[in-house]
Design a protein around this ligand. Sequence first.
Ligand code: GLU
Length: 424
Amino acid sequence: MTMREPAHELDNPTFRLAVAQFDQAAEAMNLDPNLRERLKLPERSLIVSLPTRMDDGTVKVFTGYRVQHDSARGPSKGGIRYHLDVSLGEVAALAMWMTWKCALAGLPYGGAKGGVRVAPERLSRGELQRLTRRYAAEIFPLIGPDKDVPAPDVGTNAQVMAWIMDTYSQQVGFAVPGVVTGKPLSIGGSLGREEATGRGVVYVTLEAMKHLGLEITKATVAVQGFGNVGSNTARIMAEAGARVIAVSDHSVGLYNAKGLEIPELLRRYHTNGHSLRDTKMGDWISNEELLELDCTVLVPAALSEQITEKNASKVRCRLLVEGANGPTTLEADQILADKGVFIIPDILANSGGVIVSYFEWVQDAQRFFWKEADIRDRLHEIITAAFHRTLEFSKAQQATMRMAALMSGIDKVAQAHLARGLYP
Ligand code: GLU
């Protein structure tokens, strides 16, 4: 069998990680070699230039991407990231993970991802809006409720989704709420979408703790990242009875062995310019130190490749729950497995976001909206079922949770490709 290296233009550490994981799973499941070649590379990748009028009158050109990894099982689905590290390879890796994530949860979607190389916190609201509308106009030919449905990711939020929905709707001449998910409620967003990823992280953590015989009220939790996923995870973990001993954002970490008072921390964070630096509610620690804390549950909920061969041997949690996409490198995975750390892999742990995105899309299509209690119940049902299927499969195959999750997701995608055949 010929093994092709990733195409040069996609080659970066995150894409290499996604492909290496895929190769490992494909090998273990003896995947059809023709499919293996096909699933390694994205179906379609678009690079766009985004000339944007800045407030001072100058025009700055940003680079944006939208990558559709696979659409065999339905419209492709995945977030849009605004970050200075965004590249074609990173977006392609994140798109591939979306494919397996949607398949694993049983959602009728393929995988996609988008991004713009920009530091959104340095733009004014007007600049952000003009950049977003130009991006939406440039990816317009690719997206649509039946084609490809964007959502928030790192650096974007409900407001950014609203501008994309509006730009798309202006082009077609009528309101199309279902073109994006994670929108404001006023234009067809869903109750419970904003906190969904964090809530899903907590639901699977509770299942894993039952499996390992651990009690939530005796558990200590450390969360890296205080964006949408990290802050909601910390809040809901505390509500569930855990002691959250550490949190961090991109600049600083906070540690308090007695447990941080999360509602008060959130209040100060939101009133103090979205920084943990001014909350003064514990001892300062660095992001690296947070990952090495003695705790029951560690939740990396920031960016990829945080736990590597350099620090994996110093990780001291019992349970690693990947709120972020791709936070653990392949080498680190092996070290953690040898140490007996139980890992809930990203495509399972953080699937609550896209699961509630699916609910939002269904509600938009039906023009019929659900109660928050229904959203929570159905999220709980889908994500805990996915957890138990993965756990059973990992026992049956004697595979890690990550390999079991990847193999189940990849198998569903492979089945769809085999049923549809190769065009032409
Ligand atoms: N960006 C989120 C993720 O990585 C959500 C994607 C979605 O809802 O489509 O899973």
